[in-house]
Each structure stands twice: as structure tokens, then as C-alpha cells.
Design a protein around this ligand. Structure first.
Ligand SMILES: [Zn+2]
Length: 387
């Protein structure tokens, strides 16, 4: 499978990137290859996957064969010339940006290009943005910046005007399902995961392959059906936060384990002496701190995903109330949805949808998850009472 085959439903993007890869291999590089790119698309459209695949194709001697050592290392995030950077906390700090800029000046070690994939570029603080600007304006001759963000408006105009924009679309349900089937998922599960994820590839893959993620999603939706009194609301809020934590755990556990093993290897596990032990201990502590920060961020991301599931649930209720002729996201729970549609008005459903949108916004503004969920669940139970 070539690296661009993983870009589900993005043929237009694959064409543009393919041309750039061909031009990048020429000497001197052709006009389709530039030094700064901005990958934009809604969450889950796979903007960072697209950027990483592009990085792999630039590192591969065969333009992204998907099989060679360069492709595999780049796709796994281990290639020395295809660096993937994520903010360790909720935003990129100026310090992180400075380190990045000094690394960006370095020549590639074995590939032709030194690629830096900057995920969540919308989380650059203004000062971090300014630190990066110079390097993006006048990059070293072999350096390529690949920025990823939800939309062009998320970046300062000075930065985005330097970038060639690549727009990812939310892939169609059918395209996601057939991608999952290609990965060995059975047709029924693939169809369910594609529908339930609403085009979010990472989520679709997790739903299709991790049973606990699937079960937690179901449990959260069932909870919405059973909100009876205030106590059940508070319990539901707690459960939603716990579900997000558990999903984050399931997604990160393997990666953290690998990073810890790599670190041990790099520090020369088994080496003797007190000095070695002290250095190892400090480095491990730093790694643990980084993991904690990433976990915190991932929990928020997963929490947002749970809220998207809830939005889809009430969207389904509204579809039934309005008798709209469209497919239900949660077809397998049609009878529960129908009961809720009968027992409430469309105006209630709209208020509930607003409550979920408010909660998403509160989370984005760094409100404590438990508080945001409690406020939301109370409104979900009795939308007309809560203000
Ligand atoms: Zn290759």
C-alpha cells in the first residue's frame, strides 16, 4: 500500500501532493514543490496523516512506496528527517517554538528534505507564531514546513500567506467503511464504525478495532436515555469524563510504552554507575511529565469526541421528530431514539443541542471538564428549566 492510499476520500489532495513529490525529486526542484504547506480540514479528516504521508513520500527514494525503511519509519514517526511535533500542553510555548526553529536549520541526515510536521498549529500562541515566522518565511534550503490546523483562520495572516494550502474534506461514510474493510475489519463493523464516527478516520478505526471504545460509546448514549433525577445527572457527568479518560488511555498506552522502551535503549539500559542512574532517572521523569501533559490534552480531545457523539444522538432525535428522510447515525438504537422523539418536542431537542455546543465551547476555553459536563447534563435532562 503506497503512503497516499491511507488518505481516504481525498483524491484531489493526492494529485497535488503527488506532483509536488515528483518535482521535489528533480534537480533543481520543480515549481510544484514549496517550503511551507498548510494542511487544513475538520477534526478527523486526517490532516496530520496527510502531512505525515507527504513527509514519508518526500523521504522515500520511490516517492512513497509504503514498504521501504524510509516510508515505514516516517509513517511511524521515527524518521530522523520527518519530524512530527505536537504541543505537549494545551498550546505551543515560545520555548518550544524556539527549539523547533533551531532544529529547523539543520540539514537532512539521509533524505533530501528535512520535513517538520507541526500538528495543531492553531495552538501556537501569538509569540510562538512570531518565533516561527522567520523560519517559515526564509527556511533553510532543504527544510519543509507542514503545518496542520482546522482552518486557515486559525493562523496569523503573516504565517498562512507563506503557505500553500491543502484542504482535506470529511470523507464519505462509504469511503471510510471500505477503507476499514481494506484493513481487515468485517463489513458489518466497518459500516457501523464509519457511520458512528461521522467521517472521523481515527475515531472510526478505534471504534472498529477496540471493543472497549465501542462499549463506552454505547454506555454514554444509553445514559442520555436514562437521565431521571439530579443524582443520575451528576453520575452521568462523572461517567462521561471517565469514559474520555479511558479512551485516552486506550489510545496512548501503546505509544507511551514504546517511548519508554526507546528511552531506556537510548540511555543504555543496563549501564552501570550512579551517574548513569541519575541521568536516566531525570530523563524518565521528564518523559513522564510529557506523557502527563499529553494525556491531559488527549482527555480533552476525547471528551470533545464524546460530545460529538451526543450531538449526533440528539441530531438523530431531531431527524425523527421532523420525519426528515435521512439516515440515522445511531441506526442500531432506533427504538430508544424514537421513544425520546415521542416524549419530547423538537424545541427541547434544539435546546439540548445548544447545551452540548455550549459545553464544547466551555472545554475549549479550559473550563474544568467535570464542571462543564455537570452544567451540560443538567440542561440535557430538563432543557426548559435550566437557563
Ligand atoms: Zn518508500
Amino acid at each position: 500500500m503506497r503512503v497516499f492510499d491511507s488518505l481516504v476520500g481525498q483524491d484531489h489532495v493526492v494529485n497535488v501532493l503527488g506532483e509536488a513529490v515528483a518535482d521535489a525529486a528533480a534537480e533543481p526542484a520543480g515549481p510544484s514543490m514549496t517550503h511551507a504547506w498548510l494542511f487544513i480540514g475538520p477534526p478527523g479528516s486526517g490532516r496530520s496523516n496527510a502531512a505525515i504521508a507527504f513527509g514519508a513520500a518526500l523521504a522515500c527514494p520511490d516517492g512513497g512506496c509504503g514498504r521501504c525503511e524510509d516510508c515505514r519509519a516516517a509513517m511511524a514517526g521515527n524518521h530522523p528527517d520527518v519530524e512530527v511535533v505536537r504541543p505537549e500542553g494545551l498550546s505551543y510555548k515560545t520555548e518550544e517554538a524556539r527549539n523547533l526553529v533551531s532544529r529547523a536549520d539543520m540539514s537532512p541526515t539521509r533524505a533530501r528534505w528535512h520535513v517538520i510536521v507541526l500538528e495543531d498549529a492553531d495552538r501556537l500562541t501569538e509569540s510562538a507564531n512570531n518565533v516561527l515566522l522567520k523560519s517559515i518565511e526564509e527556511p533553510a534550503s532543504r527544510t519543509v514546513w507542514l503545518l496542520c490546523a482546522p482552518s486557515v483562520e486559525d493562523l496569523l495572516p503573516t504565517v498562512r500567506s507563506r503557505c500553500q494550502v491543502i484542504g482535506l474534506r470529511t470523507p464519505a461514510t462509504a469511503a471510510v467503511a471500505s477503507f476499514l474493510e481494506g484493513q481487515g475489519v468485517d463489513a458489518g463493523t466497518a459500516a457501523f464504525a464509519a457511520r458512528a464516527s461521522m467521517g472521523h478516520i481515527g475515531r472510526a478505526r478505534a471504534l472498529a478495532t477496540i471493543e472497549s471504545v465501542r462499549n463506552r460509546r454505547h454506555d454514554v448514549l444509553v445514559m442520555m436515555r436514562d437521565l431521571s433525577d439530579l443524582a443520575s445527572c451528576m453520575a452521568a457527568a462523572g461517567n462521561i469524563v471517565e469514559a474520555a479518560k479511558a479512551d485516552a488511555e486506550a489510545l496512548l498506552a501503546e505509544r507511551e510504552e514504546t517511548e519508554r522502551a526507546d528511552m531506556m535503549l537510548a540511555m543504555g539500559a543496563g549501564a552501570e554507575g550512579k551517574g548513569v542512574k541519575r541521568v536516566t532517572k531525570a530523563a524518565m521523569k521528564e518523559l513522564d511529565d510529557r506523557h502527563a501533559a499529553r494525556r491531559n490534552r488527549t482527555v480533552r480531545d476525547e471528551l470533545d469526541r464524546v460530545l460529538v457523539d451526543l450531538l449526533a444522538w440528539f441530531r438523530d432525535v431531531l431527524v425523527l421528530q421532523q420525519e426528515a428522510p435521512v439516515e440515522l447515525v445511531n441506526e442500531e438504537m432506533r427504538s430508544d431514539l424514537a421513544r425520546m422523539a415521542d416524549e419530547s418536542q423538537a424545541s427541547d431537542t434544539l435546546l439540548r443541542i445548544t447545551a452540548i455546543r455550549d459545553a464544547r465551547q466551555a472545554l475549549a476555553m479550559n473550563v474544568a471538564p467535570q464542571l462543564a459536563m455537570e452544567a451540560m447534563v443538567v440542561k440535557l435532562r430538563a432543557p426548559r428549566l435550566a437557563g
